[in-house]
Design a protein around this ligand. Structure first.
Ligand code: MLC
Ligand code: AMP
Length: 499
């Protein structure tokens, strides 16, 4: 079934109820709230405009636009016409976007109003700004068709950087999204009247799939903020019942003077994920608000994998139990499952597991076991009851404020800068973002100023990937194989972001 058909079935009885409430409608500066009918009609119009642009089932539609209700309607419009939605971080630079366009070979590219050129006739994808597409969509009657799709058909390709520094497109099917959405909706106990406070970006699994699908399955009202702003989120909490966020949301709320239980009286569920929630933040949050944050674990390739229980015990520092129909196991270096409670690499299997990396069958095969389990690259223990505790990663990944940064990609850019002989990029503890990016550099001649380094990175690398701390050394520590010993660097620079 097409995921849109399922969502439509669920909100059909609530067409006149509010769906997305844009920020302008919340602070009284203009916009009005969208109803579910508005969302349905807008997505039907956009689906029509995409069809007229030549989008056929299976064609990719690549999108890099600011968060807005129209952007959500475009996502739903792509689902309706059977297209494959390819969302991109709005922070990506032209160089980064060019890679994704070449890799995904989309039929249509939708960008923000700025920086969009129409390519020459007949060549490459049709490039159009969201405003122009929106106007175009409005000039035709809505096309109510919802293209029939199989569970195995692709709904989205979400890029996630690989250990090699080359981004890989995770192919996500209608079954993946549908099974995950239904499971979360059930285990998190969505109920009539729930109101979701939405402050996440909508180019990643968390804000796009987890948050929006559960709300739409429930025909819920969604308070739709353009970005996370702690004081604004605090102001709106009393109008909401559910907040989903990355750990930085919670540590920033705690940093708001006077924040406490009075702010949270209407909330029934705080969810955290995408990065580790420290026991300190979890504990402070409970002490100040009386709420135990529900931590869950997921990844682009598998949507949500485990979750602490809604009703049972939520344990700080753990990510809870596998979702219904999802299997997890921790395995040792020999590939055999380790005994309960011992740490191994976490492998998973279930209807949430993606269909592979776009155009990279070898990379897909390298991360799959013969029995269909996927190697997550996360290190975890699974206790006798099946509760999962993540203890680290064996992939060379930094997670800053819920955004992934792959060291290799940053090192490649640093190494191109005149005056840098070689570099090693690591994550260091960061009070606000969980981890911060640190570069350790070997000079070629005179040492380059930090500002010059950042300016040089600026043109090609999204700003959240930039190191904010630079250290110069005579040589990088290497093991007998010549591999840089990042564990030594992590230890040496673990105070890099201390105040
Ligand atoms: C912004 N900046 C960051 C950053 N976010 N730097 C490192 N890490 C981040 N996460 C930088 C910008 O580049 C900019 O730098 C400066 O900070 C200010 O930008 P901003 O946009 O004003 O930042 P802010 O609003 O403070 O954003 C922080 C944040 C945001 C934590 C609210 O990053 C956020 O919403 N993160 C959520 C990410 C997310 O949704 N992840 C889910 C992935 S899905 P300069 O130099 O240009 O000024 C997934 C699977 C799963 O992982 O399990 O969910
Ligand atoms: P992404 O590639 O952006 O989907 O990021 C997925 C990775 O985020 C996972 O493999 C984990 O390393 C990490 N992650 C997600 N949720 C959690 C969590 N609750 N605790 C710790 N790490 C998490």
């Amino acid at each position: 079934m097409n995921l849109y058909a399922l969502l439509h079935e669920r909100f059909e009885g609530a067409l006149d109820c509010p769906s997305l409430v844009p920020h302008g409608a919340l602070d009284g500066t203009g916009d009005s709230a969208w109803t579910y009918r508005d969302l349905d009609v807008a997505s039907a119009r956009l689906a029509g405009a995409l069809r007229r642009s030549g989008v056929e089932p299976g064609d990719r539609v690549l999108v890099q636009i600011p968060k807005s209700a129209e952007a959500v309607a475009l996502y739903l419009g792509v689902l309706r016409c059977g297209g494959v939605y390819v969302p991109l971080n709005t922070a990506y630079t032209e160089r980064e976007v060019a890679f994704f366009v070449a890799d995904a070979s989309p039929r249509v590219v939708v960008r923000g109003a700025a920086g969009v050129g129409e390519p020459g006739a007949g060549e490459g994808p049709r490039a159009i700004g969201i405003d122009a597409l929106w106007r175009e969509a409005g000039s035709f009657d809505p096309d109510p068709t919802i293209e029939a799709r199989d569970g195995d058909d692709l709904a989205a390709i979400c890029y996630t950087s690989g250990t090699t520094g080359r981004s890989k497109g995770a192919m996500i099917t209608h079954r993946n999204l549908t099974s995950n959405a239904l499971a979360l909706h059930r285990i998190w106990g969505f109920e009539p009247g729930d109101v979701l406070l939405h402050a996440l970006p909508i180019f990643h699994v968390h804000g796009l799939f987890v948050a929006l699908h559960t709300a739409f399955l429930n025909a819920s009202k969604v308070l739709f903020l353009p970005r996370f702003d702690a004081s604004e989120v605090r102001r709106l909490l009393p109008e909401a019942t559910v907040l989903m966020g990355v750990p930085t949301f919670y540590s920033r709320l705690l940093a708001e003077p006077g924040f406490g239980s009075a702010d949270c009286e209407t909330i029934r569920l705080f969810v955290s994920g995408s990065a580790p929630l420290t026991e300190a933040v979890w504990g402070d949050f409970e002490a100040r608000t009386g709420h135990r944050i529900l931590e869950r674990y997921g990844m682009t390739e598998a949507g949500m994998i485990t979750s602490n229980p809604l009703d049972g015990e939520r344990v700080a520092g753990t990510v809870g139990f596998p979702l219904p129909d999802v299997e997890v196991r921790a395995v040792g270096e020999d590939g055999a499952e380790v005994p309960a409670g011992e740490v191994g690499t976490l492998e998973i299997r279930g209807p949430n597991l993606f269909a592979g990396y776009w155009g990279l069958p070898d990379k897909t095969a390298a991360e799959m076991r013969g029995d269909g389990f996927f190697v997550t690259g996360d290190l975890a223990s699974v206790d006798g009851e099946g509760r999962v505790t993540l203890v680290g990663r064996d992939k060379d990944l930094i997670i800053a404020g819920g955004f992934n940064v792959y060291p290799k990609e940053v090192e490649d850019r640093l190494d191109e800068i005149a005056g840098v002989a070689e570099s090693a990029v690591i994550g260091a503890p960061h009070a606000d973002l969980g981890e911060g990016v640190v570069a350790v550099l070997v000079a070629e001649g005179a040492r380059v100023e930090s500002d010059t380094l950042r300016a040089a990175l600026g043109a090609g690398l999204a700003s959240y990937k930039h190191p904010r701390r630079f250290f110069w050394v005579d040589e990088l520590p290497r093991n007998a194989m010549g591999k840089v010993q990042k564990n030594i660097l992590r230890e040496r620079y673990r105070d890099a972001y201390d105040e």
